[in-house]
Design a protein around this ligand. Structure first.
Ligand code: IPD
Ligand code: CA
Ligand code: CA
Ligand code: CA
Length: 259
């Protein structure tokens, strides 16, 4: 039942995204000059809220554009109505709806859907991860230097030791490919599907990573914070890999060299 409602919510919002993509929609700025939000982000969020409230009026909701609906519930929906808003606003079809559901503080279900290429990633704790119903697994790449990585950058420059540009530069200098797609939820799902070997980003919010975190774990991967501790979506940094290259990627993020 919960799974069905989750899938109904992502599919409904994704259909709105796709529908509006060929029409004109308003785009505005949040904090920072290029931190955008479109009218469609709000419409997707409204549609998701309506579905949750109809089925589970007492569930807790955390969503990017509307903030929190605090409730005394074991269940918490963590929603990114459009992940990859800058792509969406520029008609780049690398964006998705991402929804994770926590039960008693642990990720229980996650779904990420990109309607432009019709890819639905899904995971339920203990049941494995899937792409359009087919099981997925992380890659078997053994060495960091042979990896294909992906990262993302925050809307405002992070001036910190071992910051995003420094880490990015270390890989580029060694010729290790690092992509930047602009949707953290898709980045995470692509690690889960073995398309990328690892992902790192210095500053995400829970709605960016909640669903992808579970999808990677269920696909056999590893997700930690930048200290190497078990991932907590309510703190900023994330490293997500096939597990094999994890410690080596962690070392680089912490200041070491790519070896
Ligand atoms: C952003 C994307 C991007 C990441 C940013 C996020 P939004 O989310 O996931 O890939 O680099 O940190 O804020 O704003 O498009 O939902
Ligand atoms: Ca996001
Ligand atoms: Ca968003
Ligand atoms: Ca945003």
């Amino acid at each position: 039942m919960l799974k069905q409602v989750l899938l109904e919510a992502v599919k409904t919002a994704a259909a709105i995204m796709k529908d509006y993509s060929t029409r004109s929609f308003t785009i505005s700025n949040k904090e920072g000059i290029n931190n955008l939000v479109t009218e469609v982000d709000h419409k997707c969020e409204e549609a998701i809220f309506e579905i949750i409230k109809k089925n589970y009026p007492d569930h807790y909701i955390l969503s990017e554009e509307s903030g929190e609906i605090v409730q005394d519930s074991n269940y918490k929906w963590i929603i990114d109505p459009i992940d990859g808003t800058v792509n969406y606003a520029n008609h780049i079809p690398i964006c998705c709806v991402s929804i994770g559901i926590e039960k008693d503080g642990k990720m229980e279900l996650g779904a990420v859907y990109n309607p432009f290429i019709d890819e639905l990633f899904f995971a339920e704790r203990g049941q494995g991860a899937s792409l359009n119903g087919q099981p997925i697994r992380v890659s078997k790449t053994q060495h960091l230097v042979n990896s294909c990585l992906v990262t993302g950058f925050p809307y405002t420059y992070l001036d910190m030791p071992n910051g995003p540009l420094e880490v990015f530069g270390k890989f580029i200098r060694k010729g290790v490919p690092v992509r930047r797609f602009g949707s953290a939820a898709i980045d995470l799902c692509y690690v889960a599907a073995g398309r990328f070997d690892g992902f790192f980003e210095h500053k995400l919010n829970a709605w960016d990573s909640a669903a992808g975190f579970l999808i990677i774990e269920e696909a056999g991967g590893k997700v930690t914070d930048m200290k190497g501790d078990y991932y907590n979506p309510y703190q900023p940094g994330i490293i997500a890999t096939n597990g094999i290259i994890h410690d080596d990627l962690l070392k680089v993020v912490q200041g070491g060299e790519v070896e």
